[in-house]
Design a protein around this ligand. Structure first.
Ligand code: 7RM
Length: 631
């Protein structure tokens, strides 16, 4: 496609154009898509309300740009290659034509179940091709999908269903994950006891696990599609109609529903996919993320499929049946671009290079990293042992809210630097500001990462609560979108992400709000108060450390700790389980009653040499006591 950047000077030129004349820049890129009606204004925005609209009054359907657009040119090309959990089970290849028919068929099934344009549909399903089919079917009929990671608990699922008042859940009987089979439908049943908006549940048979089917509510996927036609006329969507909601954690206790809309998301995810990964026809691209996260949305489903790429979808885990699984799959499907998270790299690094040895990995051209800062050691291991020293690493920085990659090298085109996300994508105007909101100009500066101009795939609102969106992203530094990340712009102008500056921790590339975990811990009847912080963890990047005040009467610490973990497991899911729990007599507080997290973070990271001034605390003595029993 004409918007591909081929050289460093090409990147510089495009970047300049995108800043000097963003409207023409994005109009030219948007032009290559199929619009049922062209937009009459490229962008309309202010960051005060905020109000951001792209390609105003344009009419389109994103699935026509994925399916119909590619049918004539490469209908027989694989769109999705699905690799199952068990290496002995056959993989499944869906060509663009097959995907088209499956999406149309399921679209018709959803309509027959009473789903209409604008309805919210929860997708709570493991990594099976039907996850992508369900997302695309929603997009085709104008329903708003909200994919919930299948590792979340019934109560977390119920919260999300209630927040968006969803009408349908699409799920599976169970989930194969490594050596385990996990019930999925049973979790949905439990969640639905606490919701009232759901009218139907469509369940895919995957594991053969026994499930309860509720009369009048539940239908099997295979029964729902039975007899449904293979053609479906795509709904006409406005550029700014909702495409999906994706819940993400922030610094408050309640996850927020990040809203993405049709036109801008389509243009940006596809543009960024092609340029960052330098995808060429014939390449096989593999992103190991789960569709429950934004990376799965933008870079397994939408970005690659909009670009007519072949996208691998993997059901399993990196260490099953052994730590060579990723590499076995790379060789098996001749993967060209491989995109994963630093936590996976570090976990595999711990097994040494032996599990890599049996594989050639000679089809690899590009390696990608996402989700958290990649440390230099992991970067080099990835580069040397997986990429054999010949594959550029694209360290891609972005967020659920940004919809697509905003800072990254372009593979083989712009320079890389270990642990640096390097340069902004065209159209992305970064600023570094100090805590007072002053823009730090020039190089060799460190501060808060903000963005001063909209890009097409940025969030539009947080579902049902626009004020929260304003408050969270647009109020700390007026006039800018605030990312929540700290950043360094080094002497060469390269960007290095330093991690969150708010109360969000990043555990294995998953965002967790400390307040959210605290709320869950506090549900335990013996817990009086808790404070959660992140601490450096060799594999997960950050681990969860909980300081908890408990009513210990008649209880042992061990049994309470285990119960607290189970409580968190139940309220949020296993990903939020604290790695360490320390039962403490009190929490360090300021005279106004605010918990001094700075001190707790120091204790949690084992760095107690310099605690700073603690004399102003309400209860300075408690610090010594916490230090002496730290984990
Ligand atoms: C894509 C995704 C977003 C947060 C973000 C950062 C951190 C993501 C990188 C990174 C350093 C990276 N969306 N983050 N990518 N930090 N280098 N390449 O992860 O909404 O789940 O998380 O993740 O802190 O704000 S997310």
């Amino acid at each position: 496609m004409s918007d591909r950047i081929h050289s460093l000077s090409g990147y510089m030129q495009e970047y300049q154009k995108s800043v000097h004349d963003p409207e023409n820049f994005w109009a030219r890129i948007a032009d290559s898509f199929h619009w049922q009606q062209k937009w009459d204004q490229v962008v309309n925005w202010n960051f005060e309300e905020p109000n951001v609209k792209w390609f105003l009054n344009g009419k389109l359907n994103i699935t026509e740009n994925i399916l119909e657009r590619h049918l004539f040119t490469h209908g027989d090309k694989p769109a999705i290659i699905w690799e199952p959990n068990d290496p002995n089970e056959n993989h499944i290849t869906l060509s663009y034509k097959e995907l088209y028919h499956k999406v149309c068929q399921f679209s018709n099934a959803m309509k027959a179940q009473g789903i209409e344009k604008g309805d919210r549909v929860i997708i709570y399903i493991p990594m099976v091709p039907e996850a992508a089919i369900a997302m695309l079917a929603c997009a085709r009929i104008g329903a708003v999908h909200s994919v919930v990671f299948a590792g979340f608990s019934a109560s977390a699922l119920a919260d999300r269903i209630n927040d968006c008042q969803a009408k349908m859940v699409i799920t599976s009987d169970g989930n194969f994950r490594g050596a385990k089979t996990i019930p999925v439908k049973a979790v949905v049943d439990e969640a639905l006891e606490k919701t009232s908006s759901i009218e139907s549940v469509v369940t895919l048979k995957r594991t053969g696990t026994d499930v309860m089917m509720k009369e009048g509510r539940d239908i099997w996927w295979h029964d729902a599609i039975d007899g449904m036609p293979f053609e479906n006329k795509a709904e006409v969507m406005d550029s700014e109609d909702l495409l999906f909601i994706l819940y993400t954690s922030g610094s408050t206790g309640k996850p927020k529903g990040v809203v993405h809309t049709c036109g801008g998301y389509m243009v940006y995810t596809s543009y960024s996919f092609r340029n960052v990964f330098q995808y060429n026809q014939g390449d096989v691209y593999w992103c190991t993320a789960d569709v429950g996260w934004i990376t799965g949305h933008s870079y397994i489903v939408y970005g690659p499929l909009l670009s007519g790429a072949t996208s691998v979808m993997f059901e399993g885990v990196p260490t099953f049946p052994d730590a060579g699984r990723f590499w076995q799959v790379c060789d098996k499907h001749q993967v060209s671009q491989f995109y994963t998270a630093p936590t996976a790299i570090r976990a595999l690094q711990a097994f040494g290079t032996e599990p890599i040895a049996p594989y050639k990995l000679d089809s690899l051209k590009v390696l990608g990293s996402v989700g958290e800062p990649i440390n230099e050691e992991a970067w080099h291991w990835y580069h040397d042992h997986v990429g054999k020293g010949k594959c550029p690493i694209v360290d891609t920085w972005w967020q659920t809210e940004t919809g697509g990659i905003l800072i990254s090298p372009l593979a083989g085109i712009t320079p890389t630097k270990p642990a640096y996300a390097t340069m902004p994508m065209p159209g992305v105007q970064l600023v570094v500001v100090d805590n007072e909101g002053n823009e730090l100009k020039g190089n060799s500066v460190e501060g808060n990462l903000c963005i001063k101009y909209p890009w097409p795939s940025m969030l539009r609102t947080t579902y049902g609560d626009h004020e929260r969106c304003r408050q969270t992203y647009f109020s700390s530094f007026p006039g800018y979108y605030f990312t929540g990340d700290g950043v360094k712009r080094d002497e060469d102008g390269y960007y290095r992400i330093l991690g969150r500056v708010d109360d969000v921790i990043n555990v294995s590339g998953h965002r967790m709000g400390t307040a959210e975990v605290e709320n869950a811990i506090n549900e335990h009847p013996k817990v009086v108060e808790s404070a959660v912080v992140g601490y450096p963890h060799d594999i997960k990047g950050q681990g969860i450390y909980a300081f908890v005040i408990c009513d210990m009467e008649g209880r042992s610490e061990e049994s309470l700790e285990e119960e607290i973990k189970q409580t968190v497991n139940k309220i949020i899911g296993p990903i939020a389980k604290p790695d360490k729990i320390q039962i403490v007599p009190g929490l360090p507080k300021t005279r106004s009653g605010k918990i001094m997290r700075r001190i707790l973070r120091k204790i949690a990271s084992g760095d107690t040499s310099n605690m700073g001034d603690i004399s102003t605390l309400l209860n300075p003595d408690v610090v010594e006591s916490i230090k002496s029993t730290a984990r």
